[in-house]
Design a protein around this ligand. Structure first.
Ligand SMILES: [Zn+2]
Length: 399
């Protein structure tokens, strides 16, 4: 299976000539997209035609660098920078070599894919997409060594994880991650509301420039840290001889009201509609697969209502607290959900006795997925999850 990830790099120490060449190429692309005829590197022109169909008037678009034209090298003979990238531009044969500073080390066995050159606040950034072949083991149920790391994705606690050991007999290491996200989002929502009320155009522009980006960056940072923590733990278990499986609930119909006909209040609605659950799933999936840890998306219907101890549905949820009316269990509601998700996966694994193959999607669900990810699939050849080869477990293959 091939897994992709994007390495963000900043272009450093540009000489005046190189800066001019990059700037020219970048601004010529913007002019080209608005219908002017300019001097532009032919492949960059082709890429622009391929990717940018609708052009907004006041937006700048990155240069998409074709994979066979971009070259990344690690140089030991210079002290300026470790990594160098070659970017094709018009007016210089063979492109320009620039020093880049990546956010994580670039291994040389990675295959380089289409990458993007941005300009932000006067600086250039190169986002290099890399791909590598990974071998993800099929999750198999072994009595002692299988550890299921179950994750519940929610609003109050963005990511709750718990480890199930000994086929679900022991629960260990419950973690509540990303809790800071709630206050960050509440803070920026409050700011946006307060400034937006003034209805001044420059205030709105100011929000767009400062507040929106800052909020996204802060939230992404929190989510990256939370998901990395889970994958790191899985990696640690793997190195000590265990077989970790990460499983998360695949939220579906979260936007529909729980009780038919009942409406949510505006505040709750806003919170639920802007929840970054998709981001969390993406991050967990690519990070786990990158480290060759199996990851499974599981239908999480009823996992929040079910009591994990006695499997009763006769339960109630009051704010963050879960209470079972049959056995009297009082528990954290998100943790209860996470345990149920883990138990459900264990149930599937027990049923099939041997390996749980990557679950195949049923035709109806595929149709639904395609409908939902229509725009995405046109642009990038399949939704990101599909590209990663993660399909949704509706029916299971027994091997
Ligand atoms: Zn119970």
């Amino acid at each position: 299976m091939k897994v992709k990830k994007t390495i963000k790099t900043k272009i450093m120490h540009l000489t005046k000539i190189k800066q001019r060449l990059l700037k020219e190429e970048y601004y010529n692309l913007q002019r080209f997209l608005h219908g002017e005829s300019v001097k532009l590197y032919s492949a960059n022109k082709q890429q622009a035609k391929r990717f940018y169909k609708k052009i907004k008037p006041d937006k700048e678009y990155p240069i998409s660098v074709r994979k066979d034209l971009l070259k990344v090298e690690r140089r030991r003979d210079t002290k300026i920078a470790k990594y160098w990238a070659r970017i094709p531009v018009a007016g210089r044969r063979g492109g320009v070599w620039v020093a880049v500073k990546p956010h994580c080390p670039i291994e040389l066995d990675m295959e380089i894919c289409e990458s993007k050159l941005f300009k932000r606040n006067g600086e250039f950034y190169l986002h290099i997409t890399v791909q590598k072949e990974v071998e993800v083991p099929k999750p198999e149920l072994a009595e002692k060594t299988t550890v299921v790391i179950a994750c519940d994705i929610g609003e109050a606690n963005p990511l709750v994880s718990v480890e199930l050991w000994d086929q679900g007999k022991k629960r260990k290491n419950a973690q509540f991650l990303g809790g800071e996200m709630r206050s960050v989002r509440a803070h920026y929502n409050h700011l946006k509301k307060r400034i937006g009320r003034k209805k001044i155009k420059h205030a709105i522009n100011w929000i767009k420039e400062h507040v929106a980006n800052k909020e996204t960056r802060k939230v992404n940072d929190i989510l990256h840290k939370a998901t990395t923590k889970i994958v790191d733990r899985a990696l640690m278990l793997k190195r000590s001889g265990y077989e970790p499986v990460i499983v998360f609930g695949d939220l579906k119909n979260v936007r529909q009201p729980r009780v038919k006909g009942k409406r949510r209040c505006r505040k709750t609605n806003r919170k639920i509609h802007t929840m970054p659950s998709y981001k969390i799933k993406q991050m967990l999936t690519y990070k786990a697969l990158w480290e060759e840890v199996p990851v499974i998306a599981l239908n999480e219907a009823y996992t929040s209502k079910l009591c994990w101890r006695c499997r009763s549905l006769n339960t109630e949820i009051r704010k963050r607290c879960f209470r079972c009316k049959d056995c009297g269990l009082e528990y954290n509601r998100d943790l209860n959900g996470a345990i149920n998700i883990g138990n459900r996966l264990l149930g599937y694994m027990l049923k099939s006795r041997a390996a749980v193959n990557t679950p195949k999607t049923s035709p109806e669900y595929t149709a639904l997925l395609e409908k939902r990810f229509d725009n995405v699939s046109e642009r990038e050849g399949g939704s990101p999850l599909q590209q990663l080869g993660v399909v949704h477990p509706v029916s299971w293959i027994i091997t």
